[in-house]
Design a protein around this ligand. Structure first.
Ligand SMILES: Cc1cc2nc3c(=O)[nH]c(=O)nc-3n(C[C@H](O)[C@H](O)[C@H](O)COP(=O)(O)OP(=O)(O)OC[C@H]3O[C@@H](n4cnc5c(N)ncnc54)[C@H](O)[C@@H]3O)c2cc1C
Ligand code: FES
Length: 363
């Protein structure tokens, strides 16, 4: 059993044999940032000041050789082989939100876009409702022990919501993109029906609103990355924030911006919020109708070349997140003010893909 000490807070916690730093921190109630839990997205990056760790599960794909030379470590994969002293950010707001498993029932299923299904889930009879922070995600637990992560597109109901409900009480909204060749999302697309039960675990993740700031906020979503961004923007709107908010939403085509009217309504009703829809497939000028053409992170940088004064939230496909991370930091955004969820595949699939890439286990 080794001990981890965090320099920022002085928090200390034990790590059992074979456990990752992130798993041990979660067991000890210490909230460290993470997203993919597979070593790919980089959001759990920390700096190792003393001690040694190894990566017996997945290789630390999100760390460049340069980052490793600067003693960066990935907490979701790092298994200590000595006591550790770490410099890591903590996300104190998620401390008090307990994670648990529960059965839910599908109450609504509808098509949001050609390849996106909207789902509404409510706790099955006898299950207490789930609590979460806007932007967090849940895992759908599959029968074979695998998990599939999906962001919750709405905020948990206010504490003052009537206990007996109304139809939306305790409701969880998901936006599920059908991945070609994907087992679970194909099943959702083709077979899942209203009334079916799912087992879920949540809330998970640290992509949550940061309220200890007065800085202007930029939100960038790619495709169904709009789901957690929607929950966070709605949260700030609900708080009545006066901080300027710029929302960039990118997708292939106009049809993929599946809740564009909602974002346009936010912009109409809130003078501090501006909405920028961006599509990557060319649109004839006559049909452009307020759409910008190009890649969403490039549109953002055209408008905001200097990001030194902003907080930036982004979520969506890994390629967009990776490009955004690199370019936004180069545009002056401090890494500590960049919050993101990268929509990687589930850890079991990524582990197989990474192992195949390393030639360990051809698939
Ligand atoms: C924090 C987080 C939040 C997310 N939120 C959302 C969300 O709100 N909405 C959303 O739409 N998505 C979201 N995602 C992504 C979503 O979890 C994945 O799209 C989903 O897990 C795919 O599941 P699946 O079973 O359909 O596909 P999988 O069966 O997992 O397959 C995924 C892809 O990998 C390929 N594949 C499978 N196994 C292998 C292998 N061994 N080797 C090579 N290729 C393989 C498949 O052919 C397919 O193309 C999120 C991801 C994360 C990490
Ligand atoms: S790399 Fe650790 S959470 Fe993604």
């Amino acid at each position: 059993m080794f001990k981890v000490t965090l320099t920022s807070s002085g928090h200390q916690f034990p790590v059992a044999a074979g456990e990752t730093v992130l798993e041990a921190a979660q067991r000890a109630g210490v909230a460290l940032p993470y997203s993919c839990r597979a070593g790919v997205c980089g959001s759990c990056k920390a700096t190792l000041l003393e001690g040694r760790c190894e990566y017996p599960r997945n290789p630390p794909a999100a760390l460049s050789a340069e980052a490793q030379a600067r003693h960066a470590v990935l907490l979701c994969q790092a298994v200590p082989v000595s006591d550790l002293l770490l410099e890591a950010r903590e996300v104190t707001s998620v401390h008090h939100v307990a994670r648990r498993q529960l059965d839910v029932v599908v109450t609504q299923k509808w098509r949001l876009a050609p390849d996106v299904i909207g789902l509404r889930l409510r706790p099955a009879a006898g299950e207490p409702r789930l609590r979460w922070l806007p932007g967090q995600y849940l895992d759908v637990l599959l029968e074979d022990g695998k998990r599939r992560p999906f962001s919750i597109a709405n905020g948990a109901q206010a504490e003052s919501a009537p206990p007996d409900g109304g139809p939306l009480h305790g409701m969880i909204e998901l936006h599920v993109r059908h991945v070609a060749g994907g087992g679970f999302t194909s099943w959702v697309n083709d077979r899942l029906q209203v009334g079916d039960r799912l087992r879920i675990e949540g809330p998970l993740g640290t992509f949550v609103p940061r309220e200890d700031s007065e800085r202007p906020m930029i939100f960038m979503a790619g495709g169904t990355g709009f789901a957690p961004v929607k929950a966070i923007v709605e949260h700030f709107i609900g708080l009545g924030t006066r901080r300027p908010m710029q929302l960039y939403w990118g997708a292939r085509s106009a049809a993929d911006l599946y809740l564009r009217p909602l974002a346009e309504r936010w912009a109409r009703e809130h003078p501090n919020l501006r909405f920028h829809p961006v599509v990557s497939e060319p649109v004839p000028a006559a049909a452009a109708d307020g759409l910008r053409f190009g890649l969403v992170h490039e549109a953002l940088l055209q408008d905001q070349p200097d990001l030194t004064a902003h907080d930036l939230y982004m979520s969506g496909p890994p390629a967009m997140i990776e490009a955004g991370r690199r370019l936004f930091l180069a545009a002056g955004l401090p890494e500590s003010r960049l919050y993101y969820d990268s929509f990687e595949y589930a850890p079991d699939v990524l582990a197989q893909i990474l192992a195949a890439r390393a030639g360990l286990n051809p698939v």
